[in-house]
Design a protein around this ligand. Structure first.
Ligand SMILES: Cc1ncc(COP(=O)(O)O)c(C=O)c1O
Length: 459
């Protein structure tokens, strides 16, 4: 396929010398590789990049993922955060193998689930904490919205610009940062298929890291069941939001609005007690997912009995419905427990090491961008990193500059060609399995990529 014939709807890597060369090298490599014959790269996060064959991944170990043609990549996606310890950590693999001999799906309460819940509650949530298991982070945030509405009798859920809470309809209502202002915080719907009434009647956009949010909550409190916040956002990993979370806690106490933390990514990642442990702010409800399942599908909602006891109640008693065939399946629970064991026994060094590696990578990229006068900044909150195509440190989504599709595609392909897999969103996650040498290689790849993009006039 020549660089001028692309399938409809597919954006094209910059047709400039360095970009073209790397794309052609990848195309040549794919043709010598696995003959899957599809038309463009179909990996979820890179589906718009035009390249003649799909990349399928076949196996992974530690920090490395290998595609069907045998190419190794340093993985910075890490199962979108599920692999805190890397791919196939020996203790987790052993636990999964052992559980396979006892069965992997019962659909009934099981002993591992009880133990897992006890351990999650033990992460500083308090002994009385009750936990509802579900299949994904999206379900956890959905149940959080539902039980908050059931508990308070109010309808709207406040959400913040720049956040991500999953794929259900409520989570697809976003702050309209292009057509509104933080004071007004109008909302919009991400993608087709979500009824307009979900946006207009059931949600409320609020400005993140902006004290005007507190007054908006006070103003709308009568109709607000809860505010749902990521204490550290995936694409804005900043650790200096304690003041904002404390402010939310105070205004929620004042108004009876529930405070929900989405710790689907930050749980077990920003320290073993998650972001709430780090910031010392206790929400009413916590959504978990990803790492607590040790790399297997999971979601969980934790909260105090007064709220959580609505779940087991019957419809007639005003109960809140929940159900899911694979909830708390023993295989996930076994993998999660093994992960919790490793975290518990290594936490004194695990988080310091993750932070040291991530800090070093971000500092190197930022130093390079500064020296070369390139408008790029890498932020990080421990092992959560994000690379933005902007110079100034963004406070929230209102002052961010969206990269062009050319920048995203070009960056992604240059990294891929150097054996580093980083999602197009450039949300980057480091695991315990990433060595110093691998982090160095990632740094080299970013620096070379930015240099190539600079030569092509893209940064
Ligand atoms: C902060 C946050 N919340 C919720 C979700 C949804 O989780 P899942 O993809 O497991 O449904 C994600 C997924 O990336 C997430 O990052």
């Amino acid at each position: 396929m020549s660089s001028t014939t692309h399938p409809p709807g597919v954006t094209v890597i910059a047709d400039r010398p360095r970009g073209r060369a790397v794309r052609e090298a990848l195309i040549a490599r794919r043709r010598n590789g696995h003959p899957l014959g599809a038309e463009h790269l179909a990996l979820e996060q890179i589906k718009t990049v035009d390249i003649p064959e799909k990349i399928y991944f076949e196996r992974a170990s530690g920090a490395v993922i290998t595609d069907a043609a045998g190419h190794d990549y340093i993985d910075l996606i890490m199962g979108f955060g599920a692999h805190l310890l890397g791919h196939r950590p020996p203790a987790v693999e052993a636990a999964v193998r052992k559980q396979l001999g006892n069965g992997w799906h019962f659909g009934l309460s099981n002993t591992l689930q009880g133990e897992h819940a006890r351990r999650i509650a033990g992460l500083g949530l308090g002994e009385q904490t009750k936990i509802l298991y579900c299949g994904s982070g999206s379900e956890a945030t959905l149940y959080a919205c539902r039980v908050a509405r059931g508990f308070t009798g109010r309808t709207r859920i406040g959400i913040f610009d720049g956040s991500y809470h999953g794929s259900h309809d409520y989570a697809l209502v976003r702050a309209d940062t292009a057509g509104s202002s933080p004071e007004r915080s109008a909302s919009t719907i991400f993608g087709a298929g979500v009824p307009e009434t979900i946006r207009s009647d059931t949600m409320r956009a609020l400005p993140f890291r902006d004290e005007r949010a507190f007054d908006l909550i006070r103003r709308d409190a009568n109709d607000l069941a809860a505010v749902l916040v990521q204490p550290v956002q995936n694409n804005l990993p900043r650790m200096d939001s304690g003041w904002f979370l404390e402010g939310l806690r105070a205004v929620c106490n004042e108004t009876g609005v529930l405070l929900i933390f989405d710790e689907v990514v930050t749980g077990l990642r920003i320290g073993h007690r998650g972001a709430q442990g780090h910031f010392g702010v206790a929400p009413d409800l916590t959504c978990y997912g990803k790492a607590i399942g040790g790399g297997l599908p999971v979601g969980a909602l934790a909260g105090r009995p007064a709220i959580m006891d609505l779940f087991p109640k019957s419809h007639a008693e005003g109960g809140v419905f929940s159900s899911g065939t694979f909830n708390a399946n023993p295989l996930t629970m076994a993998a999660g427990l093994a992960t919790l064991d490793v975290v518990e026994s290594t936490k004194d060094t695990l988080y310091a090491e993750l932070e040291r590696k991530a800090d070093r990578l971000a500092a190197r990229v930022n130093r390079f961008a500064e020296q070369r006068q390139i408008a790029v900044r890498m932020m990080n909150a421990g092992s959560m990193l994000h690379l933005g195509f902007e110079k100034a440190l963004a406070n929230n989504a209102w002052d961010r500059r969206a990269p062009t599709p050319e920048q995203t595609d070009d960056f992604f392909l240059h990294m891929l060609a150097q054996g580093v897999l980083m999602p197009a969103s450039r949300m980057t996650l480091i695991s315990a399995a990433h060595s110093d040498a691998q982090i160095e290689t990632v740094g080299d790849a970013i620096v070379r990529t930015l240099d190539a993009m600079r030569e092509d006039g893209l940064v």
